[in-house]
Design a protein around this ligand. Structure first.
Ligand SMILES: [Zn+2]
Length: 268
């Protein structure tokens, strides 16, 4: 059986091993003399080799041969038609779930965006509420502090053992004046006016000067106009004060006075 160059279509069957023994021999004989068919077999072989990796290899079934031959005999035109008919069915099958997934993803994305905005809004509101609560708490604390101070000042003023000591400004601050209301049992209310602003790193310190030694009552912080009103709790076993004094000391205070005296007063 001799083959001509026109039987190129057999190349596909040959590569798929769908030829019978006689056809195979004849085609191989033709291959030896026909470069076009040889090229066709070579390129088809590469495709088949590739398929062998992609799908489980199977021995060609008997009907494969006739189908392959029929398809090849029909020529390119019917191939194109078949492709065109098949394509829309595949597209619908493949794109419908994909389109549904895309719509779903967009929907979820919008929903997530909406949730994110609502969460942001709520977070901002919670932040505002927290700040308001904190401001209210600070105001309450401040009011309680003021009430406590007023109460302790009242308690000192009403104390049966209350002693009043007026202090006068020393050469370093002649305009300054102060008053101490002291009760051994209830502590000391101390007010001052016209004190110069303490330099950076320095602070005013109030002393209860006893026969033994000056005892620190505490630090005195003035406002910008040089005024101060402070309550000091003094030790109940303190010796009777001979004087009350205010000195300028390193910030944080010292255990014994070291700085210049600004205010000094003795009990009447
Ligand atoms: Zn040929």
């Amino acid at each position: 059986m001799s083959l001509t160059h026109d039987d190129q279509a057999l190349a596909a069957s040959y590569v798929l091993d769908a030829l019978d023994e006689a056809e195979r021999r004849a085609f191989e004989a033709h291959l030896a003399t026909c470069p076009a068919c040889s090229d066709e077999v070579r390129s088809l072989s590469r495709v088949v080799d590739g398929l062998a990796f992609a799908v489980p290899q199977q021995t060609p079934r008997p009907e494969l041969r006739s189908r392959v031959l029929a398809v090849l005999a029909d020529g390119p035109r019917s191939d194109q038609l078949a492709g065109r008919e098949r394509a829309p069915r595949l597209r619908v099958r493949e794109w419908l779930p994909l389109a549904a997934a895309v719509v779903l993803a967009i929907g979820l994305g919008l929903y997530a965006l909406q949730l994110q905005r609502r969460v942001s809004t709520l977070e901002a509101r919670v932040g505002d509420a927290e700040r308001q609560v904190q401001t209210a708490q600070e105001a309450t604390l401040e009011a309680r502090r003021a009430a406590d101070q007023a109460q302790t000042a009242m308690a000192v003023l009403a104390a049966p053992d209350m002693v009043r000591i007026d202090l006068s400004g020393q050469p370093s601050a002649p305009q300054a004046t102060a008053r101490a209301l002291w009760s051994r049992n209830r502590g000391m209310v101390f007010t001052a006016t016209n004190l110069p602003l303490a330099p950076a790193g320095r602070a005013y310190q109030v002393w209860v000067v006893t026969a033994d030694a000056p005892v620190s009552a505490g630090l005195l912080t003035t406002d910008s106009s040089g005024r101060a009103a402070v309550f000091f709790s003094t030790p109940p076993d303190i010796a009777p004060p001979l004087a009350i004094a205010v000195t300028l000391e390193p910030a944080g205070g010292v255990t014994a006075p070291t700085g210049e005296r600004y205010l000094v007063g003795r009990p009447l």
